[in-house]
Design a protein around this ligand. Structure first.
Ligand SMILES: [Zn+2]
Ligand SMILES: [Zn+2]
Length: 138
């Protein structure tokens, strides 16, 4: 069945236990994987992030949402009940990011790059099919 969508793109998602649910009304960027030590520590392994405009975020349930100030510059949003990592938010920016695994449907999103490859863990190889940056891509 063809669904003609004339509205802005919209993505819904949430944590594992369902006590954080959100909708992003607007464009979200393709995921970028980050190999840095901090990301690997916080997520248990490499994580990836889709940037979007902070104003596009609507929290439909934030019962479980907790923000952790992980550095001077960034906050991490996660569910305090089930532990799912969901958001990444610079302290001073109009943009933030969502971890694509928390989206209900990733649609046509596809990883476009991998950053901080110079800091990657020594327990896995880099995927040569994904564009590599030794540090940030911007
Ligand atoms: Zn949860
Ligand atoms: Zn990182």
């Amino acid at each position: 069945m063809t669904n003609v969508n004339t509205q802005e793109p919209s993505h819904t998602g949430g944590c594992h236990c369902g006590k954080v649910r959100f909708e992003i009304k607007g464009q979200i960027d393709n995921p970028v994987m980050c190999h840095c030590e901090l990301c690997r520590k916080l997520h248990g392994h490499v994580s990836s992030y889709c940037r979007f405009d902070t104003h596009a975020l609507q929290l439909t349930d934030d019962t479980g949402l907790r923000w952790y100030r992980m550095s001077d510059k960034t906050d991490r949003g996660f569910c305090k009940l089930c532990g799912t990592g969901i958001f990444w938010r610079p302290v001073r920016s109009s943009g933030m990011a969502v971890m694509p695994g928390t989206l209900d449907d990733t649609g046509t999103l596809m990883v476009t790059g991998q950053i901080f490859c110079a800091d990657k863990g020594n327990y896995y190889p880099l995927d040569p099919a994904i564009k590599q940056f030794s540090q940030s891509d911007r």
